[in-house]
Design a binder for this molecule. Structure first.
Ligand code: NAD
Length: 435
């Protein structure tokens, strides 16, 4: 469904193929979300087309020499979706399934997320289509450095600031920072966030996204009368986000009853020993084979008896095929885009409260913002200060979104999009169109 203005402009200027609104990938999922919010934008709806077109898309060839002497080529991307509110901000993903559609959608969700928590950034995202688990450390470093050089014309501390995402970490950020610094002739710590603490990174950044997931979960539990003490929690993805959120919920007295990752699904109705599971994942690379649980079929994971479900792996996981099985009262989206629009409707009809990615996982970019501010001022805050500021921003943003949802009788996802899209489009309107 498109507004009359959109249809008219599309007819006059046919959309480039990569913007096809009918494609079913993540970008199509995002476009449907924008269509849902358009009726709530008032006079700003005039500008909504700007949200449906990324500002810049860069596709780069990333050639590297492999350890055995072969020359391998990988496809890399950096997309700047919208820069109306500030420089681009968003992670870099290394995964064999990365596509342009996915990176475009992830960049757009960053625009929405940054506006939802009101940090002064636009939205961007990057990625390389590669399975980094098949690379040696040297190959991974060469890939990262060549990719950083190739996207060098877009990134910079006041232009576009990458960060970690799936399969990238502090070491990858350190290589990116060093490569950019070598190419520009001066150490520029503020070009990426999620760096190691000794290289201008921020205390609390590694756990920030999971802490944000936990914070909004606690706020929603208070508002809906769900007791977290003793609540049963299922988590998909036990990496940075899922592992931290799982640990914080367990520390708050919840029972982590099921976990799924790329190595399989495990279950323990009495509650898993989260510290032991994190050790196991650290040692073996996944939850599969963990002694303190029984293995379960991957398909059965979605129907597990639980109160809170945290998808914290990849997008498109909760679909029309498995949404009906979900028994949780609350879904907290640690991952980006884990729920398809059809599944969203099914969960809504069942009365399952969905805390959407664009607010629930915004803790990472919030502490990335703190890191960037600390790098600019070369003055570093304590972990307590960082966590307290993070919790305050997440609580305030969530309270605002909750109120908009109540006032308009819409889902929290649509409410977050209303808050965020209004901020982005208002900035666009005030800046005006150049020339
Ligand atoms: P990570 O690489 O640390 O962990 C990813 C997890 O997903 C791993 O446990 C992996 O086993 C699991 N996984 C991968 N493929 C899977 C599959 N097919 N089925 C089940 N599990 C699978 O990544 P992360 O940083 O924790 O990111 C997870 C999600 O959170 C992503 O959607 C990411 O975009 C989002 N996110 C991350 C951050 C951040 O700060 N790291 C911030 C916001 C959003």
């Amino acid at each position: 469904m498109h507004s009359p203005a959109t249809s008219a402009s599309s007819a006059a200027h046919p959309l480039p193929s990569y913007l096809n609104p009918h494609e079913l990938g993540p970008w199509g999922q995002y476009l449907q979300q924008v269509d849902r919010v358009t009726p709530y934008l008032g006079s700003l709806a005039r500008w909504v087309e700007t949200l449906k077109r990324p500002k810049r898309i860069l596709v780069v060839d990333v050639p590297i020499e492999m350890d055995d002497g072969r020359i391998a080529h990988f496809e890399g991307y950096r997309v700047q979706h919208n820069l109306s509110r500030g420089p681009g901000k968003g992670g870099v993903r290394f995964h064999q399934d990365v596509t342009l559609s996915e990176v475009m959608a992830l960049s757009a969700w960053m625009s929405v997320k940054n506006a939802a928590v009101n940090v002064p950034y636009g939205g961007a995202k990057g990625g390389i289509r590669v399975d980094p688990k098949k690379l040696s450390r040297g190959e991974l470093e060469r890939l990262t450095r060549r990719y950083t050089s190739e996207i060098g014309l877009l990134i910079g501390p006041s232009k576009d600031i990458p960060a970690p995402d799936v399969n990238t970490n502090g070491q990858v950020m350190a290589w990116m920072m060093d490569t950019y610094s070598m190419n520009t002739g001066a150490t520029a710590t503020g070009v990426v966030t999620g760096k190691p603490v000794d290289l201008g990174g921020s205390l609390g950044r590694v756990e920030a996204t999971g802490r944000g997931v936990f914070t909004v979960g606690m706020e929603a539990a208070k508002l809906t009368g769900l007791a977290v003490q003793g609540a049963r929690v299922a988590v998909q993805g036990f990496g940075n986000v899922g592992g931290t959120a799982g640990k914080l919920f367990a520390d708050a007295g919840a029972k982590i009853v099921a976990v799924q990752d790329h190595t399989g699904s495990i279950h323990n109705a009495a509650g898993l020993d989260v510290a032991a599971l994190l050790d196991h994942v650290g040692n073996t690379g996944g939850v599969g084979g963990f002694a303190g649980a029984t293995a379960m079929d991957n398909g059965d994971f979605w129907g597990v008896d639980c109160d809170i479900l945290i998808p914290a792996a990849l997008e498109g996981q909760i679909t029309k095929d498995n949404a009906g099985k979900i028994k949780a009262k609350m879904v907290i989206e640690g991952a980006n885009g884990p729920t398809t629009p059809e599944a969203d409707d099914i969960l809504n009809d069942k009365g399952v409260l969905v805390l959407p990615d664009v607010i629930a996982n915004a803790g990472g970019v919030t502490v990335s913002y703190f890191e960037w501010v600390q790098d600019f001022s070369s003055f570093f805050w304590t972990e307590d200060e960082i966590n307290a500021r993070l919790v305050r921003i997440m609580q305030e943003a969530f309270a605002g979104v909750w109120q908009v949802a109540q006032e308009n009788k819409v889902s929290l996802r649509t409410a977050t999009f209303i808050v965020a899209c209004k901020r982005i489009l208002h900035a666009r309107e005030m800046r005006g169109l150049y020339p």
